[in-house]
Design a protein around this ligand. Structure first.
Ligand code: AHR
Length: 355
């Protein structure tokens, strides 16, 4: 095991904790909450990685976890200690501190919330363990080597620009939107909310309400059920900040007798673009979906390999993302001065989706 930065004291702590755990872990199982899985002192070339994952709230999250488990495998020369933090910030900080105790070589964090990180990142720095942040951002500390993820504000802007062009083509002059937000304090929520609101404010649209659906199907359904009661007959757009919320929102609208999608009264869109959502777009149940790419792990692997070679990786690495729509009406939008294609979903497009 490469322990370039390990102090003797940490080795002792790890040896003791391994003795207490009494076993080896080829690949750490996906633990929810609970104790941080220990890493084993293995062969000399094994790179140990601790990953403090947000949780298991969505299909996107499942794809992100799978990507990490595939990349940081024994086959690829890694030993992964994986912790599912169950959307609990305190558990996530504890997981990172346990990784420090274990003396892993690298720590990956997908931060549940964007603030409250400087103290624990300082502890990582003091222990000499490089941190790589993925997906969501950390806004109150820069004590990490690299961040690999999405520009959430661009996603929100893209959604707004697509809606503007789509509404113009359909002759829709008034937009009364309901937003189902993701988890409070997550940079994915903050960016998507800001981006969409920027276009809404500019275009004079009404955002009737914007409530937290926690990035879950149950959360989306619950928020939409209450929207259907409070805003009956008043809304023509529902913005779901992830796919799973959209599935819940469709269930709630079905129950309330509200029609949606290509032939319905309400335009519904989502973020993430997992395969089931793209299938809904193909079938016309949803009007559009804006991708958030969960496959960060191969880029993190690259960052680690650069560090191993003594190189300096990029501080920020942006994932490539696409926008998908049910109808072949808007083929291009402009976001921050950049022209971006909107992909009309066909069976071929759906079949090519990787997750
Ligand atoms: O941080 C990424 C977001 O978190 C995804 O959009 C969502 O599905 C996930 O839970």
């Amino acid at each position: 095991m490469k322990k370039k930065f390990l102090a003797l004291a940490l080795s002792l702590v790890m040896a003791l904790s391994l003795a207490a755990c009494g076993g080896s872990q080829e690949e750490a199982p996906a633990e929810e909450g609970g104790e941080t899985p220990a890493v084993e002192e293995g062969g000399s070339d094994v790179i140990t990685v601790g990953f403090a994952q947000v949780g298991h709230e969505s299909d996107w999250r499942t794809a992100s976890t799978k990507s990490a488990q595939d990349v940081f495998s024994a086959e690829n020369g890694y030993e992964l200690a994986f912790v599912d933090c169950d959307n609990d910030s305190a558990k996530q900080l504890e997981a990172v501190r346990n990784f420090i105790q274990q003396g892993v070589d690298y720590i990956i964090i997908d931060p549940i919330v964007s603030t409250g990180w400087d103290a624990v990142l300082t502890e990582c720095e003091d222990a000499g363990i490089p941190v790589i942040v993925i997906d969501r951002t950390i806004d109150d500390s820069d004590k990490y080597v690299s961040w690999v993820g999405s520009d959430f504000k661009v996603e929100g802007l893209a959604c707004g620009e697509w809606l503007k062009a789509y509404a113009a083509d359909k002759g829709i002059t008034e937009i009364n939107a309901l937003v189902i937000e993701g988890s409070t304090g997550a940079s994915a929520t903050i960016g998507r909310t800001e981006g969409f609101k920027e276009v809404a404010d500019r275009e004079g649209w009404t955002i009737l309400d914007s409530q937290n659906g926690d990035f879950t199907e149950a959360g989306g359904q619950e928020v939409m059920e209450s929207y259907c009661q409070s805003y009956e007959g008043q809304f023509n757009v529902v913005i779901c900040q992830n796919d799973n919320e959209a599935y819940g929102a469709m269930t709630a609208m079905d129950a309330a007798g509200v029609s949606y999608g290509v032939d319905g009264d309400v335009i519904i869109v989502s973020f993430d673009s997992n395969k089931p959502a793209v299938q809904h777009v193909l079938e016309g149940n949803m009007n559009a979906t804006f991708e958030c790419n969960p496959m960060a792990a191969p880029f993190v692997d690259e960052v680690i390999q650069q560090l191993e070679a003594g190189e300096t990786p990029e501080k920020e690495i942006y994932m490539e993302e696409s926008w998908f729509a049910a109808e072949d009406i808007v083929s291009e939008i402009t976001v921050n001065g950049e022209a971006m294609p909107v992909i009309h979903v066909t069976q071929e497009v759906l079949d090519a989706r990787p997750y």
